[in-house]
Design a protein around this ligand. Structure first.
Ligand SMILES: NC(=O)C1=CN([C@@H]2O[C@H](COP(=O)(O)OP(=O)(O)OC[C@H]3O[C@@H](n4cnc5c(N)ncnc54)[C@H](O)[C@@H]3O)[C@@H](O)[C@H]2O)C=CC1
Ligand SMILES: O=C(O)C1=N[C@H](C(=O)O)C[C@H](O)C1
Length: 250
């Protein structure tokens, strides 16, 4: 059986370099291109890449995806910085190339995907919910894509259940002291040498709290999700947001 032809964009970065090794090590995948900043995207068409794994940064991702979708190259995207406007633009490109698939995964690690799901399930049962994400200090964006997505899922679950607004008597606060407001959920970002990628969802009710915590201790935690995404995206046209859609989670 022929191998799936995979390219990695952002191949010299922290996660991209790990993805290059993971693709090379997979029996059913062939690494046909490993592109860094300044390399031409034409390499993707020239090498016949079927899937591009996009792990660059929010400034580069849109141009890369415009090229990929325009050339019918499926994409697995880990890069952060997604807004409604960006998603609408991507959907526009996809509607002109209806057989192409794009997976955007705020987080490729199974533990983080489960954290989001558990938080979504728990959100309606507690009066208070806050998210704390903790990352290495070289991270460009805050809050993390995972934390933003977690907060959006929590907020949607609370809206659906008609939850009351969270109790919070704060009347004076230093800027930032209560974190960023993502759909009404406070999200706090820590940047600390020694960390990689971590998240806590704190839920509080009368006389009890629940903490859901996940730790990515190595970039290897993201690799099974990236490889699964590459294998599945080629048969899943259109936009898929979240790795959970490729997992058998009930
Ligand atoms: N979804 C997930 O599970 C994960 C997502 N990420 C995200 O992936 C992105 C990259 O993270 P890191 O590897 O830590 O950053 P990094 O800064 O170490 O790597 C990014 C690399 O992309 C390169 N680059 C920038 N523009 C490019 C372009 N147009 N073409 C090719 N290469 C380009 C940079 O030179 C750099 O080598 C971030 O948005 C991060 O949040 C990171 C880890 C897991
Ligand atoms: O930059 C990182 O490192 C990570 N970025 C993603 C995010 O912003 O959520 C995923 C993971 O947290 C690691």
């Amino acid at each position: 059986m022929s191998k799936l032809r995979v390219a990695v964009l952002g191949a010299k970065g922290r996660i991209g370099s790990e993805a290059v090794r993971a693709v090379e090590a997979a029996d059913d995948l062939e690494l046909v291109a490993a592109l860094g900043r300044g390399d031409t995207l034409e390499t993707l068409a020239e090498t016949g890449a079927q899937v591009a794994v996009e792990l660059t940064n929010p400034d580069s991702v849109m141009a890369n995806l415009e090229y990929c979708v325009g050339h019918g190259i499926h994409a697995v995207v880990g890069t952060t910085g997604w807004t409604d406007e960006r998603l609408a633009q991507l959907n526009g490109w996809l509607s002109a190339s209806p057989e192409t698939g794009v997976l955007i995964a705020p987080n490729f690690s199974i533990g983080a995907v489960l954290t989001m799901k558990f938080a979504q399930q728990a959100a309606r049962y507690f009066e208070s919910v806050e998210v704390i994400e903790l990352h290495h200090p070289n991270k460009a964006d805050a809050p993390s894509g995972t934390a933003a997505r977690t907060a959006q899922l929590i907020a949607a679950a609370r809206r659906e259940a008609d939850c009351a607004p969270q109790p919070d008597a704060t009347s004076t606060a230093l800027d930032g002291a209560r974190g960023a407001d993502v759909d009404g959920i406070p999200v706090h970002s820590v940047r600390l040498r020694g960390l990689l990628a971590h998240q806590e969802v704190l839920l509080g009710g009368e006389g009890e709290t629940l903490t859901i915590r996940h730790d990515s201790l190595h970039h290897s935690s993201f690799m099974p999700g990236i490889l699964l995404g590459a294998r599945r995206v080629v048969t899943t046209p259109g936009l898929t947001f979240g790795l959970e859609h490729f997992l058998d989670l009930n």
